[in-house]
Ligand binder design. Structure first.
Ligand code: NAD
Length: 257
């Protein structure tokens, strides 16, 4: 039986950890090849070894997605190594709860740069390559925080950037539909990934994350695999008539607030 992504090629940004790493792993398990893009070459090389030590199915590019040139570099490398681009998991992101009055211009630029500008120009480069291929799928990791403010995690700049990502989904979906390129997003609530360790100590993560279980009507935080199941569906031909959707993958948070 053929696998879902046999002979397909994906670019996964932020593929060195968390949701992106799990997406890259699942895409390869389902028969595809991936280029993982991230800032940290060592982290990418660990991810590559973990997914496919032979390197035949996984290539890496250490680059910052907020640099507009990264999109074209990623597409060129995926084309050189694997023959083209069918799927973009536009996933790289940063998160650190900060109150509105404490946000600096530097913070603001970094959220907008990584999350919105990064996803925008990565999508532009990928869509150009997908047009030549006769179609494709772009799936972005957006965020529940783009739709709801959460008192415990003040995130105005992060949320504004992700609201832009959600708006982008609808615009690109309509513009790229004639080229058979589908554009969708998932909007996760709290997913247990290394991002929480970027602003809390290991002990704090162990203490704080479980307190969020009850925030979700389904009674638990998400795991990367919860989000990746949705990503894989949206990338597959099973979702052939779905474009412009922002799918809550949030244990029921959006339904309850
Ligand atoms: P993560 O920190 O494990 O993964 C994010 C990856 O993006 C990291 O590997 C990081 O190195 C990379 N990255 C960050 N800035 C980059 C840049 N400028 N250029 C290239 N790579 C960059 O965290 P995660 O939770 O897996 O995050 C994945 C996505 O999910 C993010 O977009 C995040 O906003 C979104 N998200 C996460 C949660 C959550 O609770 N974990 C909730 C909602 C949305």
């Amino acid at each position: 039986m053929s696998k879902t992504f046999e002979n397909k090629v994906a670019i996964v940004t932020g593929g060195g950890s968390g949701i992106g790493l799990e997406a890259a792993r699942r895409f390869v398990t389902e028969g595809g090849s991936v280029l993982i893009v991230g800032r940290d070459a060592e982290k990418l090389s660990r991810a590559q070894n973990e997914i496919d030590a032979s390197g035949a199915k996984v290539a890496t590019l250490a680059a910052d997605v907020s640099d507009v040139a990264t999109g074209k570099r990623a597409v060129d490398l995926a084309t050189e190594r694997f023959g083209g681009v069918d799927v973009l998991f536009n996933n790289a992101g940063i998160f650190k709860p900060t109150s509105f009055l404490d946000h600096t211009e530097e913070d603001f630029d970094s959220y907008l740069g990584t999350i919105l500008k990064g996803k925008y120009f990565m999508a532009q480069a990928a869509a150009t390559a997908m047009q030549q291929r006769g179609g494709g799928a772009i799936i972005q990791t957006g965020s529940m925080w783009a739709e709801r403010a959460v008192t415990a995690t003040p995130s105005s700049a992060y949320s504004a950037a992700n609201a832009g990502v959600h708006a982008m989904v609808r615009n690109l979906a309509v513009e790229l539909a004639p080229s058979k390129i589908r554009v969708n997003a998932v909007a996760p609530a709290v997913v247990e990934t290394p991002v929480y360790g970027t602003f809390m100590s290991e002990d704090q993560v162990k203490e704080v994350l479980p307190t969020f279980n009850d925030f979700h009507p389904l009674g638990r935080n998400g795991q990367p695999r919860d989000v990746v199941s949705a990503l894989m569906f949206l990338a597959s031909d099973e979702a052939d008539w779905i474009t412009g959707a922002v799918l809550p993958v949030d244990g029921g948070v959006m339904a309850s607030r």
